[in-house]
Design a protein around this ligand. Structure first.
Ligand SMILES: O=C(O)Cc1cc(O)ccc1O
Ligand SMILES: [Fe+2]
Length: 428
């Protein structure tokens, strides 16, 4: 089935395409034709974004109320070569989207527009008369549980597990939770933007196809009376807020190619080997955030969807490997075929940093090296993913200690039981 069967309906309208130029108006005639800055705009509308400047001063929020800091001495990132795995992260019903963001790992510096941040979110409260934006980068949101109703300046998006959304730097939005508590992962790109990967010899289609990305249509709050709003800014991973007396959701029409969008992972056209051996999982790349060095990425978003394995004479799970890229993995639902020992669970995560050795756990190894090699469907009802970066990532204090989810026994359980089977025929 090339679409996910969602239990929560999506009531909103979208326009299709990736990186496309779109134009949309919530009121007919609102978009000026042939120019951007006419002296008078239809229906006496203001010019693009002009009222957005009308707010009081930003103030830094109390540092205990948010969890994305990484720049101060006490909140520095820990760079360690150990293989790490986390038990499922907790829900937190007491907080909203803004206060439910936790930086777990990252690299680089948003002030230099370099690198990425990996965040976990858990929230149970709607945002009030509030809006949030990140000045640091583009948010790629991967819901694991619950539904996000995202009201952005550029229109509305419903986001459910097995969908992803990208909200570009600076776009203001408000998150409400129509189905209760939510939990998921975010990869924030401090530099550049997410793109579809080059398909090379694959040709014109497959993997994520441009037509399956959905951008919202214009939508606005028609508030005639002044309304108190609080605007939150994530600015160098610090949280600021400012008050304003009008809704931030006042964009009646827009055009351009800078907009939020969503994508159903069920539409991903997965390809793989139909002969032998295990291909590089770069063939599972949904979106890539390229670095300035051609062919390498600040962040690749890679998924492991349900798929058929048919390779002959092949150990079918991933090989044991060390990678020049760092691999942060998460699980939306189901099981991941390289980890059958039970420790990699939905809402959990793992990190195999630059050149840290890893591969199938011992139970996956035993299973796959003795399996009958008939065509086999793996991953039914499952969706694992990876944020893969050419950068070495550091782990936040929250990720390493405060969250209390690190599995101390990860290495011992996964690989220590692997036995030596080799019998050297040259030894007398
Ligand atoms: O380590 C992992 O589980 C991710 C991964 C999957 C795969 O099929 C090949 C290489 C790789 O790093
Ligand atoms: Fe790997």
């Amino acid at each position: 089935m090339p679409v996910t069967n969602f239990s929560h309906p999506d009531p909103y309208s979208y326009q299709n395409g990736f990186g496309s130029y779109h134009e949309t108006e919530a009121v007919e005639g609102a978009l000026p034709i042939g120019q951007n800055s006419p002296q008078k705009v239809a229906h006496d509308l203001g010019l693009p974004y002009s009222p957005a400047a009308a707010h009081e001063k930003f103030h830094a929020e109390d540092a205990d109320s948010y969890h994305t800091r990484m720049t101060t001495e006490t909140h520095k990132l820990h760079h360690i070569p150990n293989q790490l795995r986390w038990n499922p992260f907790d829900f937190d019903e007491k907080v909203d989207w803004v206060h439910g963001l936790h930086l777990v790992a990252g690299s680089g510096d948003p002030t230099m527009k370099q690198g990425l941040g990996i965040l976990l979110y858990a929230a149970g409260k709607d945002m009030g008369k509030e809006a949030f934006y990140s000045a640091d980068g583009d948010f790629l949101i991967v819901p694991q549980h619950g539904v996000l109703d995202i009201q952005t300046e550029l229109g509305r998006i419903i986001l459910r597990p097995n969908e992803i959304a990208v909200i570009p730097r600076g776009v203001r939005y408000r998150v409400t939770l129509p189905d209760g508590p939510v939990r998921g992962y975010i990869c924030e790109l401090y530099q550049g933007h997410y793109e579809l990967p080059e398909l090379g010899p694959i040709g014109s289609n497959c993997l994520a196809n441009a037509r399956d990305f959905q951008a919202p249509v214009a939508d606005f709050d028609d508030e005639e009376e002044p309304t108190e709003y609080k605007l939150f800014s994530k600015f160098n991973n610090t949280l600021f807020s400012a008050r304003q007396k009008h809704t931030p959701f006042d964009v009646v029409a827009w055009h351009g190619n800078y907009y939020p969008y969503k994508y159903d992972l069920g539409r991903f056209n997965t390809i793989g080997s139909i002969s032998f051996d295990h291909p590089d999982p770069s063939i599972f790349t949904v979106l890539t955030g390229p670095s300035d060095h051609v062919g390498t990425a600040i962040a690749d978003f890679v998924i492991f969807p349900p798929r058929w394995l048919v390779q002959e004479n092949t150990f079918r799970p991933p090989w044991y490997h060390r990678n020049t890229m760092s691999e942060f993995m998460g699980l939306i639902m189901g099981d991941y075929d390289a980890k059958t020992g039970g420790g990699f669970r939905p809402a959990g995560a793992s990190l195999h940093n630059v050149m840290s050795a890893h591969g199938p756990d011992s139970s996956a190894f035993e299973g796959a090296s003795n399996a009958e090699l008939k065509p086999n469907k793996v991953g039914d009802g499952s969706m694992a993913f990876m944020f893969e970066s050419s950068l070495m990532v550091g782990v936040s204090e929250w990720g390493l200690k405060t969250c209390e989810k690190i599995q101390e026994e990860y290495n011992d359980h996964s690989w220590t039981p692997l036995k030596r089977h080799f019998k050297n025929p040259n030894k007398k």
